[in-house]
Design a protein around this ligand. Structure first.
Ligand code: SF4
Ligand code: SF4
Ligand code: FES
Length: 213
């Protein structure tokens, strides 16, 4: 079995960051997540990172791989040289980021299908864009690559929120004006730069278009 050297951008206890090199065995088809688990199990159990499902389902393993936001469980170890925490989010430790600060800007938005109490909820619109958007894993990789998103300016919702609002806008059971909510959350400040690419194939630009039409 070959070995592979990987650099991990870690946080220092006194603040700041450092790059640390690790050598991990390269099994056929190994993922970055497998490499991180190997390091944690056999070399340094203080390495902090998040995951749960190990297979493209929970959205918890977002990392930056050679500068691109990726899911660690879907990214090949063999072709990855450097792993860092997702950009644009506060770092808790090493590769673990704090998602709660981002989510707090949606507080009170009622991000679920809301019908009229006097009228039963109708059927879901089964259109292909809606089906695609419902596959969002909430990994926040799109937020990490959005130049309009900033931690200090909570008035811009960011691409993940726009996907969520587009899901609801395309859901015929929902009676809330999701376009108005998107406008309130700064949709007009989206630069249409298309940098928010999704590692899970979500049509982010379709979502933005649906809210803009
Ligand atoms: S749209 Fe894609 S990148 Fe953004 S949170 Fe959903 S799954 Fe992650
Ligand atoms: S297209 Fe809009 S939401 Fe996507 S990265 Fe650019 S500014 Fe952000
Ligand atoms: S570990 Fe669940 S999506 Fe990667």
């Amino acid at each position: 079995m070959k070995d592979h050297t990987i650099i991990i951008v870690r946080s220092l206890p006194e603040g700041g960051r450092k790059k640390e090199k690790f050598t991990v065995p390269l099994q056929p088809g190994a993922t970055v997540l497998q490499g991180l688990v190997h390091i944690y199990d056999t070399v340094d159990s203080t390495l902090a990172f998040r995951y749960s499902c190990r297979y493209n389902h929970c959205g918890l393993c977002g990392i930056s791989a050679d500068g691109r936001p990726r899911l660690a469980c879907k990214t090949k170890l063999e072709t990855t040289e450097e792993v860092a925490p997702l950009a644009n989010l506060p770092i808790l430790r090493d590769l673990a980021v704090d998602r709660t600060r981002y989510y707090s800007r949606f507080k009170g938005m009622r991000l679920y299908p809301e019908g009229d109490a006097a009228e039963p909820l109708g059927h879901l619109v089964e259109e292909s864009l809606h089906r695609n958007l419902m596959g969002c894993l909430e990994c926040l990789c799109c937020v990490a690559s959005c130049p309009s998103h900033s931690l200090s300016d909570v008035s811009f919702g960011g691409p993940y929120l726009f996907v969520k609002l587009a899901q609801l806008h395309l859901d015929s059971r929902d009676r809330t004006d999701r376009r108005a909510q998107a406008a309130e959350k700064g949709l007009a400040r989206c630069r249409e730069c298309k940098k928010c690419r999704c590692p899970n194939g979500i049509d982010l630009h379709g979502a933005l278009e649906a809210l803009n039409k």
